[in-house]
Every structure is written in C-alpha cells, then in structure tokens.
Ligand binder design. Structure first.
Ligand code: NAD
Ligand code: TYD
Length: 339
C-alpha cells in the first residue's frame, strides 16, 4: 500500500513514520511536509535511509501541488498530521491556523475524492471538546461530547473535524478521525511543556509554569498514539471518531516536578508566570471505544515514558541545541519576557 503521511517531519508524524516502517515494511511511505518552524528533517534521519520512504517538501494547502502529488504517488491511505499545533502561537497569530488546519485539510480531501483514495484519516485532538472542571474527576470526554473549543488552535481543529465528517456524509469520502490527548516523547519541539522544561532545566534556566500549575493534562507516550492511529486508519470503521488516551492525568506542576527529579535539578528553578488567556483547565479522555473495537491499550506508563523522554533529550543535545540556536530565541523572548 502507498501511504501519504502529511506533517511527517513534525513531532508525532516523525515518530509515526518510524513506527510504520518498522511495523509495515511492505508498505511505501510518502511524507509531505512544508518544513515550517516545527518541521525538521533531522527528525526523519532513520526513515530517510529507507528505500520505501520518500520525502516531499510542500504545503497541504497548495492545491495544484497536492493534485500533482496524488497523480504521481497514487496514495491508498492519507493520514493528515500536518497542522499548526501550538496553542500559545494561536493566541498571537490565529490566521495561519485557519489556513493550514482548515483549508489545508479541505485541499487534501478534495484530492482524495478526485483520486479515489481508500481512507483519509484525520489526526485530531481532544482539545476540540473544550475543558472539564477540576472538581469533577468523574467526567471524561467521549466521542459524543459536544465540540466546545476554547483557543484558535482547538477551534481550527474542531472546524477541520466537522469538515471531515461532512465530506463523509455529503460525498461518501471514506474517512476516520482520531482525537488524542497530550503526547510526549522524542522529537517534540521545545515550545511544548515537557521538552521546554527538560531543555531549560538542563541549562539551569527558570521553568515558566502558567498560573498556579494546577491545570490537568492527560499524557500519552507518542508511540502509543502511533499504534492507535495505525489501527484506526487500517481497521477503524469508516466515518467514525475514536478517542485516544491512557487515563494518565497529571497537573502541570506535578509533571514539572517529575522532570526536575529525573534530572536531579532543584525545584527553585520553577517560576510561576501569568496564565495563558482562556487556559483549558482539565482534559481527560475516555478511550473505551478504541479499546472495545480495536483492542488498543497504551503500553508505556508515565514513569517509564518520562524517563525514556528525558534520556532521549539528554542523548540528542544536537537535535534541540540546533533549534534553540535559531529564531527560537526570539520566540522565547516574545512569549515569555513580559509574562
Ligand atoms: P508539530 O507542530 O510538531 O508538527 C506539525 C508538522 O506539520 C510540522 O512538521 C510542520 O512542518 C508541518 N506543517 C505545518 N503546516 C504545514 C502545511 N501547511 N503543509 C504541510 N506541512 C505542514 O505537531 P505534532 O505535535 O506532531 O502534531 C501532529 C498532529 O497531531 C496535529 O494535527 C495535532 O493537532 C495533532 N495532535 C497533537 C497532539 C500533541 O500532544 N502534540 C495531541 C493530539 C493531536
Ligand atoms: P502545551 O504543551 O502547550 O499543550 P496544550 O496547551 O496543547 O495542552 O501545554 C501543556 C500545559 O502546560 C498547559 O496547561 C499549559 C502549560 N504550560 C506551562 O505552564 N508553561 C509553559 O511554558 C507551556 C508551554 C505550557
């Protein structure tokens, strides 16, 4: 089978390419990525050596290019990771989120219709459901929870999900959607909580925790997410949504303290800073459907996953050092200097 992976040079996409090449060496992967600030060919070092892997630089919203690519590569499955993904950036510059996450998804689906693609899988997020109160640990997001996005990022992802399901109903496009909780692991860009804290702690820099650090996220090791997407895009029912999460809720402050303990660094590095506007309080996924229908269960618990992640960042200083040396410095100043 020919599988088109969009956004494959990003965090989850790169992990997914590695996962697919290992699990399904009989398939051919074509990776399409615009290499925005978040895309990095250094994350695809392994896949780029494989004969059945092709990298193409391009924008999913570029219709002419996308059409020509489908004509040439004839994908059977398209799995769409390509997106603008950082909530804080969506607060300062929402427009590109709409262009890539909504218009880009539509451009891909139009090409899928024209070229008779057998499955379009949309990689979605639990953030489309909005948030849950901190004092109701009995509540979880199910696939039936109404969409209630809080940030321009989550609103753009919710729009994309609606469009995907509308293409299924209106045009009969064979689609599936997965909505996952927060991921962590190798190759995550150091603007997101866990790699930001690891890389800053390693340089003995202050760790900016928003508000009081009481917000809760439901963390999943990235390889478990890759395994779930692989199952859904191949075996999941057409037109269905699958929530992905591992019942692993942590407050931000607990996550940061765990990282400091792993690195043997002092908690005095923690600096509480002004909260994110509209900050979602708690995310928590009910993954019963994917377990029941596809037998998926997470394989990596948080203690093990965070240890492996910290070790990866310790052993790959060049990967993140190169990022930190670039325009990232400006980004950090812009986002955190007056906080
Ligand atoms: P990321 O920001 O690390 O990577 C995104 C990738 O998309 C980059 O390689 C970037 O170059 C590429 N890209 C951006 N705009 C593009 C465009 N117009 N055309 C082609 N490529 C483009 O993101 P990630 O964390 O790997 O997330 C991947 C997907 O998973 C996203 O759709 C995100 O919404 C979803 N998701 C992420 C998480 C998480 O915790 N990271 C959780 C649930 C769902
Ligand atoms: P993030 O990794 O940006 O993911 P998301 O907002 O999509 O869940 O943030 C995870 C949590 O960590 C979120 O509650 C915001 C918080 N956070 C901080 O406290 N400080 C930071 O510097 C960042 C980037 C995030």
């Amino acid at each position: 089978m020919n599988i088109l992976v969009t956004g494959g040079a990003g965090f989850i996409g790169a992990n997914f390419c590695e996962y697919e090449l290992k699990r399904h060496p009989e398939d051919r992967l074509i990776c399409l990525d615009a290499l925005t600030y978040a895309g990095n060919l250094a994350s695809l070092e392994g896949p780029l050596k494989a004969e059945n892997f092709t990298f193409i630089r391009g924008d999913i919203a570029d219709r002419a290019m996308v059409d020509a690519l489908f004509e040439a590569e004839k994908p059977d499955i398209v799995v769409n990771f390509a997106a603008e993904t950082h909530v804080d950036r969506s607060v300062t510059d929402p427009e590109v989120f709409l262009r890539t996450n909504v218009m880009g998804t539509q451009a891909l689906m139009d090409a899928c219709r024209k070229h008779g693609v057998k499955r379009f899988h949309q990689v979605g997020t639990d953030e489309v459901y909005g948030d849950l109160p901190l004092d109701r640990p009995d509540l979880f997001f199910t696939e039936e929870t109404p969409l209630h996005a809080s940030s321009p990022y989550s609103a753009s992802k919710a729009s994309a999900d609606l469009l995907v399901l509308a293409y299924a109903r209106t045009f009969g496009l064979p689609v599936s959607v997965s909505r996952c909780s927060n991921n962590y692991g190798p190759y995550q860009f150091p603007e997101k909580l866990i790699p930001l804290m690891i890389t800053r702690a390693l340089s003995d820099q202050s760790l900016p925790v928003y508000g009081k650090g009481e917000n809760v996220r439901d963390w999943l090791y990235v390889e478990d997410h890759c395994a779930a997407i692989d199952l859904v895009m191949r075996l999941g029912r057409e037109g269905e949504v699958y929530n992905i999460g591992g019942h692993n809720e942590k407050t931000n402050i607990d996550v940061v303290k765990t990282i400091l303990a792993e690195l043997d660094k002092p908690e005095s590095l923690i600096a509480f800073v002004t909260d994110r506007p509209g900050h979602d309080r708690r995310y928590a996924i009910d993954p019963a459907k994917i377990h029941r229908e596809l037998g998926w269960l997470p394989q990596t618990d948080f203690a093990d996953g965070i240890r492996r992640t910290v070790r990866w960042y310790l052993e790959h200083r060049k990967w993140w050092g190169d990022i930190l040396a670039g325009e990232y410095q400006d980004y950090y100043r812009r986002m955190y200097d007056r906080r």
